[in-house]
Design a protein around this ligand. Sequence first.
Ligand SMILES: Nc1ncnc2c1ncn2[C@@H]1O[C@H](COP(=O)(O)OP(=O)(O)O)[C@@H](O)[C@H]1O
Ligand SMILES: [Mg+2]
Length: 391
Amino acid sequence: MKICVAVFFGGKSTEHEISCISANQVIHALDPEKYDVLPVYISKDNDLYTGEKLFDLANYSSFIADPSSVLDKIMIFKDGNAVKMRYLRNMFKKDRQIDVAFPVVHGTNVEDGSLAGYLQMLDLPYTSCDVLGGSLGQDKAAMKDIFKAEGIPMVNFFVVFGSDFEERSDEYLAQAKKLSFPLIAKPANLGSSIGIEVIRTQKEFKEKINECLKYDFKVIVEEMVKDLKEVNIAVMGNDEEVKVSAIEEVTNGFLDFDKKYQSGGGKKGAKAAGSKAPSKGMASTARKVPADVTAKQKTTIEETAVKAFKALNSYGCVRIDFMIDRKTGKVYCNEINTIPGSLAFYLWKEVGISFEEECDMLISYALQRYAKRMKKTYSFSTNILDNYKKK
Ligand SMILES: Nc1ncnc2c1ncn2[C@@H]1O[C@H](COP(=O)(O)OP(=O)(O)O)[C@@H](O)[C@H]1O
Ligand SMILES: [Mg+2]
């Protein structure tokens, strides 16, 4: 019997549309001989839908604003030891059993551990990081604290809390003065370069931090790498084995949202909506693979990436992004993406792992983790409640 793989995507996140592109790539990479693919679309209102239309990206722009008109609303529930999907508006369609979940979501309210928590409550095996891994990967402040504890190289930084910024702004400015300008300020929980500000002088500090605070409760302030080379590496594995991919060099400079996903130019989403073939998504970013790095830098990046993967409780396929100062050659770890765009398939391809094989590996890791978890003890027999019986 084929394994039913539910590919989850969308969600209440600024990266909703990018997730649709990445998920569509996964849907088409899963081997139909081995898997029954069930696309599960999480709308911007957090409702769940499925439907044939989800197999073709060309349909997406027509339903994102109002999915209920085109797609089937569903619920997912536990039924004994099985997990099932039920059509909510069509009683004649039969329930379907789901064997494994394949989250392809980016950003807040999904990738940050929220979806992992939902899947864990359902007792469903899933291919991505667990709650802790997902949430550490989303919150740049928590992530950096762990990197610091592990001695992972980073640019100097500090965290501004929105709750006390007004009353303590002088103290925060004093912290900023200890770093060398220009500085970068970024909301702790966003992605895709949204809300990032460059602080060129001390005078700009307050205004730029307030800009970032429009997006988040916490802001990371850090030294800017002026002569920047950006390189990324993917890491795939579980608690036993960890593999590293080729290293890519991102060649279109400061990646803002449009540049990152629309390197062909044009309107946002035009590529996704306009063509029948799966859009290239993150795979279309201008890049050089392998990156132009020295042998020493390559080793540092690979070793640091594995260390970061383990330190952040990662699982499945993640991408770890680095910044290199071209002047000094120093390598700094920037961030982790726990479910990277396009699942970084273009980096695995370079080390001989096809997208199909990558998906197979992720599903097998998920099933192994689930089997291991089932062997752990999560209940404890006790008579403590007897003390509360009516005497
Ligand atoms: N300290 C820094 N120095 C120079 N450029 C930076 C720095 N931090 C971020 N950037 C630029 O901003 C982009 C987005 O920042 P990043 O920390 O990766 O956040 P996001 O989660 O939005 O991708 C990076 O890819 C890089 O181009
Ligand atoms: Mg980034």
